[in-house]
Design a protein around this ligand. Structure first.
Ligand SMILES: Nc1ncnc2c1ncn2[C@@H]1O[C@H](COP(=O)(O)OP(=O)(O)O)[C@@H](O)[C@H]1O
Ligand SMILES: [Mg+2]
Length: 248
C-alpha cells in the first residue's frame, strides 16, 4: 500500500532520516519505534507531503535548507513530488504530533472543519462513527477544544483525521504525555478504527510498551537509520528493545 524507498532527508547539513526503506501492506498496523530525535516526525511529515510544502516555503524565502531524496509510493503511484493536499485526497492522512486542534471552536465544529473533503451525504455518518469510536467526546460536543484535556484533544485530533476518510492513517506519537489509562483507551480506539473502518495505520512512538502488542510489524529507528525490523511479538520479546524503549 505504502512503500518508502531509500528515503534520506537533510535539514541544512544534518541528516534526519538516513537511507530508510519501509513497507506497509493494506490492513496492517505498522509501528515505527525510536527515541527523541530519531527521525519519526521527519518520516511522517515526508510521507504525508508536509515536508514538501515546508521545503517550498523555505525556498520561496530564499533558503535551500531541506533536501529530500528517495521515493515514496502510495497505492501504486509514485507520490514523491505530490503535494500534501493531493495525498490527503488519495487517502493518506496525518494526525500530527502535538498539533493543536482549533482551540476556539467546539468539538463538533472541529470535526466539521476536518470533513471538508467528504461528500455532504457522508459527513453525518462519519461524525457518528467518530463519536462511536470516541464516546468520551459525546458529552463534549459543544465544548471548546481549547478546554479539553490532553487525551480528549488527542481523540479529537484522530477523529478529525477520520473525517478525511483515510485509507492509511499516520499517527505521530498519539500517546505522548497521556496517562496510562488514557493510552489504553486510545489503543483500543486505534484497533477499532482498523477493524471497523478498514483503515491501515502507521504509528510512531517513543515508548514501545503499549504499542508493540497491537502492531503487525515494527521498525526501530535510531539517528534516522533503521536498526531492527520484526513482528510486534519479536520486538516485544527483544531484550534490547525492552532495555531501550520500555522506560517510564
Ligand atoms: N525543522 C527542523 N530544522 C532542523 N532540524 C530539524 C528540524 N526538525 C527536526 N530536526 C532534526 O532532525 C532530527 C530528527 O527529528 P524528528 O524527526 O523531529 O525526530 P523525532 O520525531 O523522532 O523526535 C533531529 O536531530 C532534529 O533535531
Ligand atoms: Mg517527533
Amino acid at each position: 500500500m505504502l512503500s518508502v524507498d531509500k528515503l534520506t532527508v537533510f535539514y541544512e547539513n544534518a541528516i534526519a532520516v538516513n537511507d530508510l526503506s519501509i513497507e506497509i501492506n493494506e490492513g496492517e498496523i505498522v509501528g515505527v519505534i525510536g527515541s527523541n530525535s530519531a527521525g519519526k516526525t521527519t518520516l511522517m511529515n515526508t510521507v504525508s507531503g508536509l515536508l514538501l510544502d515546508t521545503k517550498l516555503k523555505e525556498q520561496r524565502k530564499g533558503g535551500e535548507r531541506i533536501n529530500i531524496y528517495g521515493q515514496i509510493s502510495f497505492l501504486g503511484r509514485n507520490i514523491t513530488t505530490v503535494w500534501a493536499d493531493e495525498r490527503v485526497k488519495m487517502g493518506l492522512v496525518l494526525s500530527r504530533e502535538r498539533h493543536p486542534v482549533f482551540a476556539e471552536s467546539d468539538v463538533e465544529e472541529n470535526l466539521k472543519i476536518a470533513s471538508y473533503l467528504l461528500p455532504k451525504k457522508e459527513k453525518k455518518g462519519m461524525m457518528s462513527y467518530v463519536y462511536q469510536v470516541f464516546p468520551a467526546l459525546v458529552p463534549l460536543r459543544r465544548r471548546k477544544a481549547g478546554f479539553l484535556s490532553g487525551g480528549e484533544q488527542q481523540m479529537l485530533a484522530i477523529g478529525m483525521s477520520l473525517m478525511a476518510k483515510p485509507k492509511l492513517m499516520l499517527l505521530d506519537e498519539p500517546l505522548l504525555g497521556l496517562a496510562p489509562a488514557i493510552q489504553v483507551k486510545l489503543i483500543d480506539s486505534i484497533l477499532a478504527i482498523r477493524k471497523e473502518a478498514g483503515v491501515t495505520i502507521l504509528i510512531c512512538e517513543q515508548f514501545a510498551r503499549p504499542v508493540l502488542p497491537i502492531i503487525n510489524r515494527g521498525y526501530v529507528l535510531e539517528n534516522g537509520m533503521l536498526t531492527l525490523h520484526g513482528t510486534g511479538e519479536e520486538l516485544y520479546n527483544n531484550p534490547e528493545i525492552k532495555a531501550a524503549y520500555f522506560g517510564v
